[in-house]
Design a protein around this ligand. Structure first.
Ligand code: PEP
Length: 260
């Protein structure tokens, strides 16, 4: 268990990698790992590309039915709208229908390459939560922003855009992920101390609105988490697990992170 009895989460963001057979095999391999009844075992989740959600879900359920670990599923993005003429978009009810429990909102790759604004991210968060999905709100600064000493300002701005819409209550079930943009997919991880410092800033911001919700809020670190560095990161008091990209595609390394 992380501090404050928060159950750790290790989540794999599979991004736009793989194809059906490879991702089914990955899901089956993961779900075939023996279930760990210990209270300190983390929750495990994977975020496959949209077209493979149902196939991955089936593979996860089959593994669990044979005594393997429970693995939850999430999507990598969600529409801010519920339905209608929105070509290419996928709604929160559709994701729930496919068996998703979580959804990423505001991943830096979407903020950067799709131009998602804080405002759009906040609307997606609200829509996901209103359809019983658990939003995983991603925040993080670029290298330029960090070097300019603006890390806290940037992540707090990204958080506030959501907080002002949903209040602290909106974070009663949601998850926060601190993902420094300069660490994503670069092999350059934030040091445990750098990550802890930002996590503490984020938790304090929620605590100003509601101390109890802040104490229970799970804040994940993402950015080149590997089997070799996970334990040191997860040992920090405000780091409640990881959002893992590249390493989650390697079953052995992902398992090392899960058991870190
Ligand atoms: C991510 O995709 O959110 C991520 C953190 O990727 P990586 O672990 O590869 O840096």
């Amino acid at each position: 268990m992380a501090e404050g009895n928060r159950r750790r989460i290790v989540a794999g963001n599979w991004k736009m990698h793989g194809a059906r057979a490879a991702l089914e095999a990955l899901a089956s391999g993961l779900a075939a790992r023996p279930a760990n009844p210990s209270e300190s075992a983390p929750e495990v989740a994977v975020f496959p590309p949209f077209p493979y959600l149902s196939a991955v879900k089936r593979a996860l359920e089959a593994g669990q039915a044979e005594g393997g670990i429970a693995v939850r599923m999430g999507a990598q993005d969600v529409s801010a709208h519920t339905e209608g003429a929105r070509t290419g978009e996928v709604s929160a009810p559709m994701l729930a229908d496919c068996g998703c429990r979580y959804v990423l909102v505001g991943h830096s790759e979407r903020r950067a390459s799709c131009g998602e604004t804080d405002e759009q991210v906040a609307r997606k968060f609200v829509r996901a939560a209103s359809e019983s999905l658990i939003p995983v709100l991603c925040v993080g600064e670029t290298l330029g922003e960090r070097n300019a000493g603006r890390t806290a300002e940037v992540v707090l701005r990204q958080l506030e855009a959501v907080l002002e819409r949903v209040g602290a209550g909106g974070f009663g079930t949601a998850v926060l992920a601190y993902e420094p943009v300069w660490a994503i997919g670069t092999g350059q991880t934030a040091t445990p101390e750098q990550a802890q410092e930002v996590h503490a800033v984020l938790r304090a911001a929620i605590a100003r609105a509601d101390a109890k919700i802040a104490a229970a809020l799970r804040i994940l670190y993402g950015g080149s988490v590997k089997g070799a560095n996970a334990a040191a990161l997860f040992a920090q008091p405000d780091i409640d697990g990881g959002l893992v990209g590249g390493a989650s595609l390697d079953l052995k390394d992902f398992w090392r992170i899960i058991t870190a």
